[in-house]
Each structure stands twice: as structure tokens, then as C-alpha cells.
Design a protein around this ligand. Structure first.
Ligand code: GDP
Ligand code: MG
Length: 610
């Protein structure tokens, strides 16, 4: 059936047919699905009040509106759904334990430490690790791998707890934002000498939103004047009621500095996990889990810390982790010891991946290298498309009309470890120099700056590449030099922030403010052939300047604005300016002037930025 023309444009009708489009799809994608000409869809969008080009990413609402107009049932597929479908096409289910209840075995809790800055998160994580280093274990030398596991004895039983060793809310929320619910339990650190602070309550909100139980570590009890009871009293307001106040939450008084009562804290974690959680996983399936951290090691290549969430990871397994893949060449624990197997809740460093994954990327073991590569390749293509889409300016009709007023700085962030890239992105996103200029990170990643990064910058019309503790590969540097791509290197976060902020301010259009120059009262009107009426005036304040801006005021009301002092004369002579108390003839290119009118003269001056 031929469609009725929409806004004069012919397009096929869907009769309710379902079409599936990825988030960020373009009109070209849409056109392809329905066998239409992209240009016709551009016109229909215009008819719907949206200005989009055929290759621009279109917002979900607009895709739906277009579908409605053409009678298609548009289903926008999220990246997560797309990924699920990709894995399904390989007969893989991610995120579920194979088998039934009988296959599940208890697994250790995975704990994230949160709390207000300086309340002792880092110190506490160190204290827990050191209290647990067993004699003779690699000489007690521990290294930071982003997560570690400790032992503790509870009721005569040896129990394990896994700690995510990147404290802070960003890591927690960033992982959750990517769908990686790795944390089972939150330890909320509150300093006994400082009490509940804004980030304390923020942490409670995060944990509550994630539906994760909290154990409170009341820290710094060694400090004179510390008041652990006050912390308990304060937290009742936030629904964390200590057992001694009749509640359910375990509070443990500790000193991270002196290593006091770390065992008590570990016990409280186990007790809470046992009481509130039923932590089980199937250890007998191909391993799945999440990447916690990644970095590039000069000697060992890519190093990824992953947390096994179900199944058992073994050396030799073929794995996919985000867009990286490879075979597990070696696995190391937090003490730098080689391990052959990693069961559920075990964090390990994995060597052998082709690229450094992002924190929060899922990993899974697949049957062979070929499948691993195919999945990784499909994901890379999709990621790359998404980056390209993000790097295009998004223009609605409204934006389009305002174009020129608004600017965006595009950034590509590369760093040595995923944690620092995230910290940098987070800090950059907090820069605010006003509405007219904004900042958008179109790619972030770990590792050297590659030719592909430079190409993405070129594709996006000049995204600035920021290297944090990393250098460009040689061919990348050459390409950047040749094409004039801006690469900046930093090793200190605040320097990067300062420079980016300065760049953003530099992009701001100068702001002008009106500065009053002077006023003149019209006393006489001369008719001048070819020029029109000229105002014989007395300058009553300040100064009147030729070529300055002017407006005409009558009885306190502006009768004409946007005028210019086109001519200025003292007697017969042209003048550039005439001061208060002198008479002059003023031409303002406006004929309807009356005796007693006031000419206000002003100029626009650039406002300094603060
Ligand atoms: P974070 O910002 O929460 O990671 O806090 P840090 O672990 O960096 O600790 C902040 C400061 O508090 C550091 O100077 C620590 O040495 C100190 N600190 C941490 N725990 C204790 C403690 O139990 N007692 C005392 N007296 N100081 C502590
Ligand atoms: Mg810290």
C-alpha cells in the first residue's frame, strides 16, 4: 500500500510492524530497516519539528515519534539487551548460575568500604590486609591489585571475605552504572572524632539503592575525645540502629591506625552476611564475573584484576572481558603468587588479554579462542559506533537556532590504570563554567595513546586527547603531528583539570555589558538634507561619542533602541566626542525626535571572566 504523503514526503507505512533499533540509531539506520530513503526521513523529522541529519544519532523519544508517524512499532534496544542477544547468538547466558539449587555452594561475601573523606577507608583496607598476611606468605609483601581476600575464624570455622580495594563512592557507582553488582555488603567507615558527614549519608544512600546491608566501622577510637556512642546515636536517624539500641545493624569500634579490633570487624561482616544474605554460586561452570581494575604493565603486558562471581576460572581458559579477549596465561593473587584456579568471590590478576578492560566490564569464559575473538570483535565494533555517535554534535532544531552560542569540548581520556582514568573523568565532569560551554568524554581507556584514538579525534572534529601517565605509540604521535591533533600529557590530576578548565573558559564567547557613557537633552531640531533630522543638544552628563551606541528616551520611556551616533558636530566641525556642559549636533539615524527627548549614549564592553 502506498503511503499518504507526510509533509509532502512519501515513505513506507509500517501497519504496526515492530522494528528494533539500537540506542543512538540514526535515520539512516531507521531507513535501512524499513527500506526507505534516509533523506525522506530527514524531511519527515523536520515536519515533526526536529532538525537531524541522516547520520546523526536520534534520541529515543524522537525515534518513537517517527515510528508513530509511519505506523511502525519502534523498540529501542539498550546496549545491555544488545549484548545479551549477542551472547545468546553464541548460546551463552551471562549472569545466571547454571543448574539448580543443588549446584550452588556457599561463597565469601564481597565487601566495599565507603565513608566520608579522611575517615580512614584507605587506612582500614590496609590494616585489614596487614592483619591478615600470613607468616611466610611472600615475605608479607603485598601489592595493590584492586581487590583482596582475607581469612578469619568465626565459630571455629575458617571463613573468607573479599574486599574491593578501591574505596570510594565513584568506583562503587561506576561499577553499578555498568551493571556490575559486585558488592554484597558495605562497610561504612565513620570517624569517631568527626561523626556523620555528608559523604557518610551519601554512602548510606548508595548502599540502600543497591539493596546492600551495611556494617558500621566506627574508626579512630584511639583519638582523644573520640565518641563512638555519638556515632551510633547519629546514625539511628538514617535507619542504622545499633543492636544495643534495639536495632539490627552491627557497629564495630576500631582503630585502623593501631590495628585495633580488626577481627571484630571481620566477624561482624560474616555474621551480617550469614544473617541477611544467602551467598551462593555454582563453582562448576565456565567462570563469569566482573573486571575490577586494569592496567598496562611494561613487563607483563595487559593486567586485569577480575572478580569471579560464578564458576571457576582456570589458567588456559579462553575469556572475553568487555572488548578484550585472550587466553588466561597466568593468574596471580594479591600476594603475587601464581594460582591455577579462582573459585567464586576470588579476585585475581589475569595476564594474557589483548586489551585492558574497564572497571565494571563483564568477563566470561567461552569454549575457545575463536568464540572469544568473535564476541570481542562484535563488541568493539559496537563500542566504536557508539563513540562515533557520541562524537557527533547532536542538533535539534532548537539547538540549531542557538548554534554558535553553544560549544562543546570533546575529550578522549587515556591513563595507566582504570582507577585514575575514572577519577580524572569524574573530576572533569564537575568543572562548570556555565551553560554555554560543556565537556563530553567520548572515549576513556587504559593504555598508550593509539592511532585509533587519534583517528577518533579526527572523526569527531578535533577531540582533545589527554594522556594521564601514558605516552602515545609512535605511529599515533606521527599521525597526530601530521593532522594537528591536540594531545596533552599529565601526571597530576589537578593540572589536567586546571588546563581543561582554562580551555573551556577560552571557548566561552566574550560576555559584554553595557557601560553608560553620557546623556544629552534635545533642545533644537535641524532638518539636514539627505541626512534627516539632527538633534541640537546639550550634553547633560558624561560624554557623547561618535560611533557609540545610543537610544532615545522620551518621558522616561525608550522610544528607539539600537541606534548609533552616526554624526557628531560642535558648531561646524566634526567631533569625536563632546563632554558634559557643551552643546552639539547629534545624528542618530532616527527622524522622529522631539524637543526634550534624551539621547543616552553607551558602549558594550567585554566583561572579564572570573
Ligand atoms: P580516607 O580518605 O577515608 O581513605 O582516609 P585515610 O585512610 O586516607 O585516612 C585519613 C587520615 O586519617 C590519615 O591521616 C590516616 O592516617 C588517619 N587515620 C585513619 N585511621 C585512623 C585511626 O584509626 N586513628 C587515627 N588516629 N588516625 C587514623
Ligand atoms: Mg583514601
Amino acid at each position: 500500500m502506498q503511503a499518504p504523503a507526510i509533509g509532502g514526503v512519501q515513505a513506507p507505512r509500517g501497519n504496526g510492524k515492530v522494528i528494533r533499533l539500537p540506542q543512538g540509531a540514526t535515520l539512516t539506520d531507521f531507513a535501512e530497516k524499513i527500506g526507505a530513503n534516509p533523506a525522506s526521513l530527514v524531511q519527515i523529522m523536520l515536519h515533526l519539528g526536529k532538525m537531524v541529519t541522516a547520520t546523526q544519532s536520534v534520541e529515543e523519544d524522537d525515534l518513537q515519534a517517527l515510528g508513530l508517524e509511519l505506523d511502525f512499532d519502534v523498540q529501542v534496544v539498550s546496549p545491555e539487551d544488545e549484548d545479551r542477544e549477542l551472547l545468546e547468538s553464541f548460546d551463552i547466558e551471562y549472569g545466571e548460575d547454571d543448574g539448580d539449587e543443588s549446584h550452588l555452594r556457599p561463597r565469601p561475601p564481597v565487601v566495599t568500604v565507603m565513608g566520608h573523606v579522611d575517615h580512614g577507608k584507605t587506612k582500614l583496607l590496609d590494616a585489614i590486609r596487614h592483619a591478615n598476611v600470613q607468616a611466610g606468605e611472600a615475605g608479607g609483601i603485598t601489592q595493590h591489585i584492586g581487590a583482596y581476600q582475607v581469612h578469619t575464624e568465626v565459630d571455629g570455622e575458617d571463613r573468607r571475605i573479599t574486599f574491593i580495594d578501591t574505596p570510594g563512592h565513584e568506583a562503587f557507582t561506576a561499577m553499578r552504572a555498568r551493571g556490575a553488582d559486585t558488592t554484597d555488603l558495605v562497610v561504612l567507615v565513620v570517624a569517631a572524632d568527626d561523626g556523620v558527614k555528608p559523604q557518610t549519608t551519601e554512602a548510606i544512600d548508595h548502599a540502600t539503592a543497591a539493596g546492600v546491608p551495611i556494617v558500621v566501622a566506627v574508626n579512630k577510637i584511639d583519638v582523644p575525645g573520640a565518641d563512638p556512642q555519638r556515632v551510633r546515636a547519629q546514625l539511628t536517624e538514617y535507619g542504622l540502629v545499633a543492636e544495643e539500641f534495639g536495632g539490627q545493624t552491627l557497629f564495630v569500634d576500631v582503630s585502623a591506625r593501631q590495628g585495633t579490633n580488626i577481627d571484630g570487624l571481620l566477624e561482624a561482616i560474616i555474621l551480617t552476611a550469614d544473617a541477611e544474605l544467602d551467598l551462593k554460586a555454582n563453582p562448576d561452570m565456565p567462570a563469569q564475573g566482573s573486571a575490577i581494575e586494569g592496567r598496562l604493565d611494561r613487563g607483563r603486558g595487559t593486567v586485569a584484576t577480575v572478580l569471579v562471581q560464578r564458576g571457576t576460572l582456570r589458567v588456559g581458559d579462553s575469556i572475553v572481558c568487555g572488548v578484550a579477549h585472550g587466553r588466561v596465561r597466568a593468574m596471580l593473587d594479591e600476594n603475587g603468587n601464581n594460582v591455577d584456579e579462582a573459585p567464586p568471590s576470588r579476585p585475581v590478576e589475569v595476564l594474557g588479554l589483548t586489551a585492558v578492560p574497564d572497571a565494571g566490564d563483564s568477563f566470561l569464559v567461552v569454549e575457545d579462542d575463536r568464540v572469544a575473538r568473535q564476541i570481542a570483535d562484535r563488541r568493539s565494533t559496537r563500542k566504536r559506533n557508539a563513540e562515533l555517535i557520541r562524537s557527533r554534535p547532536s542538533v535539534t532544531l532548537e539547538d540549531f537556532m542557538k548554534r554558535g552560542e553553544r560549544q562543546e569540548l570533546l575529550l578522549i581520556l587515556k591513563g595507566d590504570v582504570s582507577g585514575s582514568v575514572e577519577a580524572l573523568e569524574d573530576s572533569l565532569s564537575k568543572i562548570d563554567v556555565g551553560e554555554d560551554v560543556s565537556l563530553r568524554v567520548i572515549r576513556r581507556g587504559v593504555g598508550a595513546i593509539t592511532q585509533d584514538d587519534v583517528n577518533l579525534s579526527l572523526a569527531s572534529n578535533g577531540a582533545v586527547i589527554i594522556g594521564f601517565n601514558v605516552r602515545p605509540e609512535r605511529n599515533a604521535q606521527e599521525l597526530a603531528d601530521r593532522e594537528g591533533v591536540d594531545i596533552r600529557f599529565y601526571s597530576v590530576i589537578y593540572q589536567a583539570i586546571e588546563e581543561v578548565e582554562a580551555a573551556l573558559k577560552g571557548m566561552l564567547k566574550p560576555e559584554f555589558e553595557e557601560v553608560q557613557l553620557g546623556t544629552a537633552e534635545i533642545r533644537e531640531i535641524f532638518k539636514v538634507p539627505r541626512i534627516g533630522n539632527v538633534a541640537g543638544s546639550m550634553v547633560t552628563s558624561g560624554v557623547i561619542q561618535r560611533n557609540a551606541k545610543a537610544r532615545l528616551v522620551r518621558d522616561g520611556t525608550v522610544v528607539a533602541d539600537n541606534l548609533t551616533v552616526t554624526s557628531l558636530r560642535r558648531f561646524k566641525d566634526d567631533a569625536t566626542e563632546v563632554r558634559e556642559g557643551f552643546e552639539c549636533g547629534i545624528g542618530i539615524g532616527y527622524n522622529d525626535i522631539k524637543l526634550g527627548d534624551v539621547i543616552e549614549c553607551f558602549e558594550m564592553r567585554e566583561k572579564p571572566r572570573d
